[in-house]
Ligand binder design. Structure first.
Ligand code: ATP
Length: 240
């Protein structure tokens, strides 16, 4: 579904992605793990065109997408849950969710969008209880749910999640991971960036490890979870 080959991305003269190649097949959950500054967020921003690639190729369903606008990329079916929960604080929960579907009204119609809204409330009952509440007054965890719900309202074929568990209590982390599984079961393919390597590898089919802008390891999630280098660097095990 998604294929990156030899992608290089820069911020001015700073190179943040170095010759990155990666694939995501339809129906997969793919995790990208790595330390601070490894280029994980840049990878997502490169795919969504917020930080466009300077060279290399990016194909979605076989169609080259590098060079398209972020708006076109959303319309093709790629949607991103941003790391810093960019929700609109002065708008209500419901308004934020509806906004996620703004480009779908003509194509899918109001009824379908209302059904999707019901689904978001089903998976996140907390949001339903707070439907008229201003988003800025939600707790951090609730805001993360809202960010995920809003990205899903765009009905993406590929959902990219940037550190969905960052700063959340363990119970909420579980909740977010459960929902990822549910969305995947509904046909959404997921590319997820995580510093929480343990949680990421538990609920992924395949994973990539990034360091200093490069992909340094890749494999099935279970192979990587038992890889000595991953265990030492990310899972806090000494291997003894
Ligand atoms: P973290 O887990 O800390 O979010 P990350 O793996 O997502 O890290 P990126 O945010 O992609 O890493 O950053 C990769 C590199 O690019 C870092 O060295 C960072 O300082 C640099 N960088 C990121 N955004 C910018 C920017 N807007 N301008 C200049 N440099 C940037």
């Amino acid at each position: 579904m998604l294929r990156l080959e030899g992608v290089n991305t820069y911020y001015g003269r700073i190179q943040a992605l170095r010759d990155v190649s990666l694939t995501v097949a339809e129906g997969e959950i793919v995790a990208v793990i790595g330390p601070n500054g490894a280029g994980k967020t840049t990878l997502m921003n490169t795919i969504s065109a917020l930080a466009p690639a300077r060279s290399g190729t990016i194909a979605f369903d076989g169609q080259a997408i590098a060079g398209l606008s972020p708006e076109r990329i959303v319309r093709l079916g790629i949607s991103q849950v941003p790391e810093r929960r960019q929700i609109f604080g002065s708008m209500t929960v419901q308004e934020n969710l509806i906004l996620g579907a703004y480009h779908r009204y003509r194509r899918d119609g109001r009824q379908q969008i209302e059904r999707d809204l019901e689904f978001v409330f089903e998976i996140f009952p907390r949001l339903k209880d707070r439907v008229k509440q201003k988003a800025g007054t939600l707790s951090g965890g609730e805001q993360q749910m809202l960010a995920l719900g809003r990205a899903w309202m765009a009905k993406p074929r590929l959902l990219m999640m940037d550190e969905p568990s960052l700063g959340l209590a363990p119970l909420l982390v579980k909740e977010i991971f459960r929902v990822s599984g549910e969305l995947r079961d509904r046909g959404t393919t997921i590319l997820r960036v995580e510093q929480n390597a343990r949680a990421a590898l538990e609920l992924a089919d395949r994973a990539y490890v990034m360091e200093s802008g490069r992909v340094v390891l890749e494999g099935t999630a279970s192979t990587l979870a038992s890889d000595a280098r991953v265990q030492t660097a990310f899972l806090g095990r000494t291997g003894e």
